[in-house]
Design a protein around this ligand. Structure first.
Ligand SMILES: C[C@](O)(CO)[C@H](O)COP(=O)(O)OP(=O)(O)OC[C@H]1O[C@@H](n2ccc(N)nc2=O)[C@H](O)[C@@H]1O
Ligand SMILES: Nc1ncnc2c1ncn2[C@@H]1O[C@H](COP(=O)(O)OP(=O)(O)OP(=O)(O)O)[C@@H](O)[C@H]1O
Length: 296
């Protein structure tokens, strides 16, 4: 085998609660995460030596600081069989958007190298490596409905959420996850997600209850830094979103829609210069069967 291609799926947070600050500087979180069909494509080719990275977007570094590159470096240190690799990264996921774009590229490189070099690492092994690269990487390795705790790296799989049609709208700026977490201490959190009710909703497939229990406390920090986001969230509700909230640390806003055609309809109304607008859906177990493609 000379080459593999892996889909690096984006994620959204159905619930995101921050429980406190930890001694290591991170925050203790509890969040229900969900992979979505929007993805980057990562192709890995065996090489005699070295790591090289080619990306289709000029604003991202293709050097050793890129998370895809860092994932390859990490495995290469422990597994000398990985002589060299060329990584081709085709980005579709908006950058610095709260959709785990970098984390999922890292996860895809771990999955791809494991397959390309027949390393036999389990999901748990890969998650241990992933956690060293970023808190979202362990979830991105297996992005089906899951509860993430600790700093986000401890994952428990949950019953799959009912199929969701979504419109993602990202304004023409990014936010820093570190800045958002850092700003939390400046704001008052008025409403938190109800994890208990969200878990019950997943057990019974009750979408109405799920929507009622969903919330993201990071909205308080990001909206305080970028107050226009509140108005845009309201606009999504006025346009017919059944539920609208921010993804991760933002600034991407998510409109949860009744079906695909309503999602497309809302997307066609969102005409704002410089915005990225994506219609997508939640992932189900069958999507993961076709995630890795091997080219002999
Ligand atoms: C906002 C989320 O995307 C929600 O899924 C994650 O919590 C963030 O995950 P991530 O981007 O993989 O985060 P990391 O790369 O591990 O950390 C970036 C920065 O965010 C802050 N951070 C992150 C995760 C966490 N539980 N507490 C934190 O305080 C830290 O300042 C850290 O330096
Ligand atoms: N492969 C990559 N793709 C995107 N960004 C990367 C990558 N590697 C490193 N980065 C850096 O990570 C920063 C955050 O980008 P990313 O798209 O991962 O944000 P995010 O979606 O908000 O992350 P998260 O949701 O995990 O907090 C970028 O500004 C960029 O400097």
């Amino acid at each position: 085998m000379q080459q593999v291609s892996v889909k690096g799926y984006a994620k959204i947070n159905l619930t995101l609660d921050v429980l406190g600050k930890r001694d290591d500087g991170y925050h203790e979180v509890a969040m229900i995460m969900q992979g979505i069909e929007l993805h980057d494509l990562i192709t890995l080719e065996k090489r005699q030596t070295g790591i090289t990275l080619e990306i289709n977007v000029p604003e991202l570094s293709s050097g050793p600081d890129n998370l895809a590159y860092r994932a390859a470096t990490l495995l290469q240190k422990d597994f000398p069989d990985i002589a060299g690799v060329h990584i081709k990264l085709t980005k579709e996921i908006p950058v610095a958007a709260g959709l785990a774009g970098g984390s999922t590229d890292a996860a895809a490189v771990l999955l791809g190298l494991n397959r390309l070099y027949d390393m036999g690492l389990s999901l748990d092994d890969l998650r241990t490596y992933g956690a060293r690269l970023g808190s979202d990487v362990p979830f991105c390795l297996h992005p089906l409905t899951g509860l993430a705790t600790g700093r986000g790296e401890m994952i428990r799989e949950l019953p799959p959420c009912p199929p969701l049609w979504l419109v993602l709208v990202k304004p023409p700026f990014g936010v820093s996850t570190k800045e958002v977490y850092g700003h939390l201490k400046e704001v008052i959190i008025k409403e938190r997600p109800s994890l208990k009710r969200a878990l019950a909703a997943l057990e019974t497939g009750d979408l109405g209850l799920l929507y009622q229990s969903m919330a993201n406390v990071l909205e308080y920090a990001t909206f305080d830094l970028y107050p226009e986001l509140r108005d845009w969230l309201e606009e999504l509700r006025d346009l017919g979103a059944k539920k609208a909230m921010m993804s991760g640390s933002g600034p991407t806003l998510i409109a949860f829609m009744e079906n695909e055609s309503e999602a497309k309809e809302l997307a066609s109304c969102w005409i704002k210069p410089g915005w990225q607008v994506v219609v997508t859906r939640s992932l189900g177990p069958r999507d993961l069967d076709r995630r890795i493609v091997v080219d002999e």
